[in-house]
Design a protein around this ligand. Structure first.
Ligand code: GAL
Length: 763
């Protein structure tokens, strides 16, 4: 039985050993916190890595029932950044030196059954630790805190210690089981489908640590149909069930060929982004709902089918959601360019083992990253990490991200950060230039990023170029045919160390901003999908915002077949996908102003126009999009699919703006942990277009069963922003009032449920 213990922790940012013996009255003077917890809330701009470097202490008192005596009681910290030492009633039970994998300790021999017990966690979040990713500069904040759930597990002494499910695409299941004290036990298994119905059974038989099952009716797992099943295992002794475990999995195989990844024997071209696990203010300490939202944004808003969890294993909640929605995950060990001494390397090898053991039942994980991101070759070290991954998981390939070309390749695939694209050159290098072994698959694991930092509040030309650079690399990678996939740097802007970023400790590398609001580059990804109509015009059509009043080339991102343009309601032409990006499923539509000198004068312009006419009968230019001293037109862009209008956007001078909120839920569940709603905000004009220069100040006020997480005010940037509300432990209704200036513009109402614990409280 699992008992979540995420509430009622006492916290101090100065650990002392006396926490182990401190009288309860003194303990109560400490701050009381709920997990996920960050050791320090940070500002979004100009935060400082020094602020979270400390040795903090967390204390939890537990009344342990007398009848737990004789059982196995373990404590798991799912994410403790970065080095945790757990004490039970004053005895140290061990130290764990990875902030990104779970740490389990056995409390059984140290608990006082039928009494009050004290758990203390000494948590070191200093970057001077001799563990990955530390030792040199790191381009991301590493934060600190017990930032993922903490729980107890109470089991009979005889219990499962590990279950590894190895399904395939022939509907077979190979299961490896480890159990403590199971020599004279029996085992029973059944497979449940998504609806909870048993679709295969293995009747009770003598315990064995390895068996097979077959599920003839099983449906395969893939990116389009992420069918999931659950293996339920029971460990019995003479009819009495001693332990039960459930493991969710999908029937599928991963294979690699020279041209990429094969899922169930079919090639899948991966289009993904790199993701950090950070949020404004709270750093890593966001609950499950926000983790899952990121996966949904990648899949449904950005139309991706892959993600790289750069540069460390991320929360189980995030990967669970990837399993559910068919998002392929490349996960990797923590690290950034630096390789440390022998003790550091031992820890990195241990990190590989923990990553594989803790995540190997997720069907979405298709590749283990077993090198320190962008580090130098080190064959003896990497022979160990590759061996560890293969030993613990023979079913998945290994990779390891480098910026080196033709470096020593011990893994199964070559994964390379290709930053060759600078805006006016090729989008990527051919596979043959990067990898020493053309027989092995090849993936581009980063591009763009620092090559063109882009703020949501940069000017239109900059944001447009950012988007087209993403389109260019995606197009180039597809043009080669033997590049298995791409992961763009990166999903959203992130806080970083002083050595990187724009001076305010932010790397503006995202296709989304930190609140997960889209920049135009997001539409490049979104428009590659078929699931929903996408039409984004990357221009506000204001001539006065451009040099010499010329709009130049207007970029439109759509998954329609073409775009019809209307000027003041009158047809002004039809425009097809740009031939420059012809390898993309849906290239951008680029509309040039025929009056712009580059269109009028250049032979290249005429030639392009002719080519595009011949290709699709569509134009690439419109009359003129406005000139200085003229009344501004109203422009309507209509995306057409299969001959029918699919979506339209009207762009015209802004008359007035209003605030729009996109909130991920109106129901919050204060259950295993506190819960949080994500509210994305933007100033929109009368046509629903973002008013990018609305830097308005917003103010947030919460009432009832919710409170604001982070500051209760912010200024919009690029017309966009965000806010978070969290549960307080109360049930009932909560409201969030959002003010723009003095005016209340939006009120959001939340229903908060307090989930009853599955079993009576152990307090
Ligand atoms: C890479 C690195 C990433 C990020 C990126 C910025 O070198 O792996 O973590 O720093 O550059 O473009």
């Amino acid at each position: 039985m699992r008992y979540q213990i995420n509430d009622n922790w006492y916290y101090t940012d100065h650990y002392t050993g006396s926490l182990n013996s401190m009288p309860k009255e003194r303990l109560e003077e400490l701050e009381q916190v709920r997990i996920p917890h960050t050791v320090k809330e940070l500002p979004m701009h100009y935060c400082n890595e020094k602020d979270y470097q400390m040795v903090s202490g967390y204390v939890r008192e537990l009344d342990i029932p007398g009848d737990w005596e004789g059982r196995c009681v373990t404590l798991t910290l799912e994410g403790a950044a970065h080095q945790a030492e757990v004490y039970c009633n004053g005895t140290s039970l061990g130290v764990h030196g990875c902030g990104y994998t779970a740490f389990e300790t056995d409390l059984s021999e140290h608990l006082r059954y039928g009494h009050r017990n004290r758990i203390v966690v000494r948590l070191d979040s200093r970057e001077s630790l001799n563990i990955p990713p530390f030792g040199h500069v790191v381009d991301y904040m590493t934060y600190g805190g017990l930032y993922r759930p903490v729980y107890l597990e109470v089991r009979e002494k005889t219990h499962f210690t590990d279950i590894f499910v190895m399904p395939d695409d022939r509907k077979h299941l190979e299961v490896q089981v480890q159990a403590a004290g199971a020599q004279d036990c029996q085992i029973r298994a059944c497979v449940l489908d998504g609806g909870g119905e048993a679709v295969a059974r293995m009747e009770e038989q003598k315990f064995q640590d390895h068996f097979h099952m077959h599920v003839p009716r099983a449906k395969l797992w893939d990116t389009e149909h992420p069918n999931l099943y659950t293996l339920r295992l029971e460990l019995l002794r003479y009819g009495k069930v001693l332990d039960e475990r459930e493991v969710r999995f999908g029937f599928r195989t991963i294979g690699m060929k020279p041209d990429g990844c094969y899922l169930n024997g079919s090639r899948v071209q991966i289009r993904g982004l790199d993701r950090h696990q950070s949020w404004p203010y709270m750093g890593y300490a966001a609950p499950e709902r926000a983790q899952r939202l990121d996966a949904d944004i990648l899949r449904y808003e950005l139309g991706c089918n892959g993600v790289r969890t750069s540069h460390y294993p991320q929360s189980q909640a995030f990967v669970d959601r990837c399993d559910e929605i068919g998002l392929l995950v490349f996960t990797e060990i923590p690290g950034w360019q630096h390789i440390g001494d022998d003790a550091w390397k031992d820890q990195a090898v241990q990190n590989v083992e923990e990553m594989v053991l803790q995540y190997r039942n997720h069907p979405s994980i298709f590749l283990w990253g077993v090198r320190i991101n962008e580090s130098q070759d080190d064959d003896s070290f990497y022979a160990r990490t590759v061996e560890a991954a293969h030993r613990l998981d023979p079913t998945r390939p290994t990779g390891g991200v480098r910026y080196l070309r033709k470096s020593s390749l011990l893994e199964d695939v070559y994964t390379y950060n290709d930053f060759v694209h600078e805006g006016n050159n090729r989008g990527c290098i051919p596979k043959a230039e990067a990898t020493p072994d053309p027989e092995k698959a090849y993936f581009i694991t980063e591009y763009n990023g620092h090559m063109f930092p882009t703020k949501a509040f940069d000017d239109e030309g900059h944001r447009r170029e950012h988007a087209l650079r993403h389109a260019c690399v995606l197009d180039a990678a597809l043009s080669h045919g033997d590049i298995g996939g791409t992961f763009g740097w990166c999903m959203f802007d992130y806080n970083t160390h002083r050595d990187f970023g724009s001076g305010d400790r932010i790397c503006y590398h995202g296709v989304l901003d930190m609140f997960r609001n889209p920049k135009p580059a997001a539409a490049v990804y979104a428009s590659q999908q078929e699931e929903r109509p996408v039409l984004e015009v990357a221009s506000a059509m204001n001539i006065g915002d451009h040099p010499a009043g010329r709009l130049g080339e207007v970029a439109v991102f759509t998954n329609g077949d073409k775009v019809r343009l209307y000027r003041n309601g009158e047809p002004a032409g039809e425009y097809g996908p740009s031939l420059r990006y012809s390898h993309l499923p849906h290239p951008p539509v680029l509309i040039r102003d025929s009056m712009a000198p580059e269109s009028r004068a250049s032979a290249k312009g005429w030639l392009a126009k002719l080519r595009e006419k011949l290709a699709g009968g569509t134009k690439a230019e419109t009359q003129y999009m406005g000139s200085w001293g003229e009344e501004t037109a109203s422009w309507t862009f209509e995306a057409v699919k299969d001959g029918k209008p699919m979506a339209s956007v009207t762009v015209e001078p802004v008359e007035r703006i209003h605030l729009e909120a996109l909130c991920d839920t109106d129901t919050l569940v204060d259950g295993d942990t506190w819960d949080m709603a994500t509210i994305r905000l933007r100033a929109a004009d009368q046509n629903g277009n973002t008013a990018v220069y609305a830097n308005d100040v917003l103010h947030f006020a919460a009432e009832g069963a919710v409170q604001v997480e982070g500051p209760d005010f912010m200024a919009l940037e690029g017309g966009m922003g965000g806010c978070y509300v969290r549960t307080t432990g109360m049930e009932g209704e909560g409201k969030l009032h959002i003010y723009r200036g003095r005016e209340e513009e939006i009120v959001l109402t939340f229903r908060v449920q307090a989930k009853q614990p599955a079993v009576p409280s152990i307090e």
